[in-house]
Design a protein around this ligand. Structure first.
Ligand code: TLP
Length: 342
């Protein structure tokens, strides 16, 4: 395995040797004609794993969220989403630009929007108001600290969405991290959404892409929006092939990343660094102000130890992923403790 000493994100993962072989050997066709057997296999596999009728291979998580949201809304609708969700914060305002949609951000509780808050945010039918049509959920919730939302939480939101006539889209960029952390079959989580976007290119280590799954009707709509956004990819089997490896070989190993995140958090805490999140999956949010350090000090220490990282002010997010082993964490912590002591 190629080492990848990089805490910035799990998007930095490099493909496995099996993925590189699969890329070279992939059977190909023109996917815009529906004729790439490898893409078709990946879409079928993802749909089956998540218990949905159909799947759609897309270029990225951002594109997957965009086509899912478009498939479930009409121009001018209001959509409810968590105030710190990736769709709201980090997708270039695409829902406003591409969908002409009004976002209604709702502050969550560790990433979860409660049924009461959904009810409270929904506007009554009135000639002055936009139609509210969609609720977006994120699992795991990234900025809340990689928090896995539980089956019970998802069901509660789904039930209220059904009652209020809202569709549900799940940004499951890290849905397998959630399933592994909660020790549930991923279907138990995906059942409470009409569309789910899952990323192949994060902890699962594929180089490119996401899959959107849902009903045949919604996926047919999403496919057309993908084409509109320039996502008709022709012989895309070369990038779908590693996605198949991601889903068949890389899911269970996510548990290692979660153990390594805990190991890292415990070690950093012993050095006097504050842990800001509940470490449940592969993310550790830290604040190093108590060491008297600022971002430049943190970046310099990590650079000296051979790690890539980011920092802003006195804190940062550290991501664990394929390419980082527990030995690497021990070596990092030993090195950091020497720097802190010096
Ligand atoms: N997240 C990236 C950055 O964009 C922030 C990261 O490093 O965490 N949903 C969620 C919950 C995400 O975290 C991300 C990427 C996406 C969607 C978008 O996926 P891509 O990068 O494939 O468009």
């Amino acid at each position: 395995m190629e080492k990848n000493l990089d805490f910035r994100s799990d998007t930095v993962t490099l493909p496995t040797p099996e993925m590189r072989t699969a890329i070279a050997e992939a059977k190909l066709g023109d996917d815009v004609y529906g004729e790439d057997p490898t893409v078709n296999e990946l879409e079928r596999l993802a749909a089956d794993m998540l218990g949905k009728e159909a799947g759609l291979f897309v270029t990225s998580g951002t594109q997957g969220n965009a086509v899912s949201v478009l498939a479930q809304t009409s121009r001018g609708d209001e959509i409810l989403l968590e105030a710190n969700s990736h769709i709201y914060l980090n997708e270039v305002g695409g829902l406003a630009v591409i969908g002409s949609l009004m976002p209604k951000p709702i502050p969550g509780n560790l990433g979860w929007i409660t049924p009461e808050d959904i009810r409270g945010a929904l506007r009554p039918k009135n000639i002055h108001y936009p139609e509210s049509t969609l609720l977006c959920i994120e699992n795991t919730h990234n900025t809340a600290g990689g928090i896995p939302l539980t089956v019970e939480q998802l069901k509660a939101d789904w039930d209220v969405a059904q009652e209020l006539g809202l569709g549900v889209h799940l940004d499951g960029a890290r849905i397998f991290n959630a399933a592994v952390a909660l020790k549930v079959n991923v279907k138990e989580l995906s059942q409470y959404a009409d569309t789910v976007q899952l990323c192949l290119s994060k902890g699962l280590a594929a180089p490119v892409g996401s899959v959107v799954v849902g009903t045949q009707d919604l996926i047919t709509k999403a496919r057309k929006y993908r084409k509109m956004l320039g996502g008709g990819m022709r012989q895309a089997g070369v990038i779908a092939a590693p996605g198949i490896i991601a889903l068949t070989q890389m899911v269970n190993r996510l548990a290692k990343d979660h153990v390594n995140a805990r190991l890292l958090a415990d070690g950093l805490q012993k050095l006097g660094i504050k842990i800001l999140n509940h470490v449940r999956t592969n993310m550790v949010f830290i604040d190093f102000a108590d060491l008297g350090w600022n971002d430049a000090d943190w970046l310099a220490a990590c650079r000296q130890l051979g790690w890539k990282t980011r920092a802003r002010g006195t804190g940062t997010r550290l991501c664990l992923h394929y390419g980082i082993e527990s030995d690497d964490i021990h070596t990092f912590l030993d090195g950091l403790s020497r720097i802190v002591a010096s």
